[in-house]
Ligand binder design. Structure first.
Ligand code: URA
Length: 241
């Protein structure tokens, strides 16, 4: 049994890793993260994007624009861009890292081995894949499946911001380190410490959990991941199936 002091000290370490600047009374909820000022030289505005029509039509406009995007070097080697897919007004949005080889071939997110596990996770939560929206931090495959560079993530972020603003999910569930870092604004945040700790992106609650690829290699992480997914379901006011 750890003492209250050890528990508090552990919580403070987690908060510090998230970049928390002040402390709330409810220690299950991380205080709001100060978003770092974006580097505007990297975040050029999206060129002349006219968004109109239904949410689905607006997402389609973004997908078309993403297919022509040259905002970073990842466009050079892509077979297909992978804008994201799912329900245009989903209450739950999953955000992964970036497309792998299978996704690059098909132009769809999470269709490989990690995607099959993500589908099972979604079903276990009581959803169909078509009920949720699935996107990534970068829309083009990083060569050799390397982690996207910070400047690549920053260049791609305006697309994701537009998607989130259109979909207006009630909760975002991030998968792994890359989306945790991008949305928390803390490039040093680590998923092992931060999983299950809610923070806000703009006015939307974010619950970070492990990436399905990590779960495929580390079966012991499945149990804590399931705790995170159950938290998502309960925050949505739903029952498990
Ligand atoms: N891993 C990701 O992060 N995204 C995908 O779309 C596929 C695998």
């Amino acid at each position: 049994m750890s003492t209250w002091y050890q528990q508090l000290s552990h919580q403070l370490e987690i908060d510090r890793d998230l970049g928390v600047q002040f402390i709330q009374r409810d220690t299950n909820v991380a205080a709001p993260v100060e978003q770092e000022d974006p580097d505007l030289s990297k975040q050029q505005p999206l060129p002349g994007l006219e968004l109109s029509g239904s949410a689905a039509e607006q997402l389609e406009t973004i997908a078309t624009a993403v297919a022509a995007c040259t905002r970073c070097g990842l466009c050079e080697k892509r077979k297909n861009s992978v804008p994201g897919e799912g329900h245009a007004e989903a209450e739950l949005m999953f955000i992964g890292e970036g497309p792998g080889a299978d996704e690059d071939r098909q132009g769809r997110p999470f269709v490989g081995a990690a995607g099959q596990l993500l589908d099972k996770m979604i079903n276990a939560m009581g959803f169909e894949r078509s009920d949720v929206y699935i996107a990534n931090i970068v829309k083009c495959r990083p060569p050799g499946n390397r982690t996207p560079e910070e400047d690549e993530a920053a260049a791609c972020m305006p697309w994701l911001e537009q998607q989130i603003n259109i979909i207006q999910p009630k909760i975002i569930c991030t998968l792994g380190n890359t989306p945790l870092r991008a949305l928390s604004g803390n490039p040093k945040a680590g998923i092992t410490r931060m999983r299950g700790k809610e923070f806000m992106w703009q006015d939307i609650p974010v619950i970070p959990t492990f990436h399905p690829s990590y779960l495929l290699r580390n079966a012991e992480a499945k149990k804590p991941c399931w705790e995170d997914l159950k938290l998502v379901v309960s925050k949505l006011g739903r029952e498990l199936p």
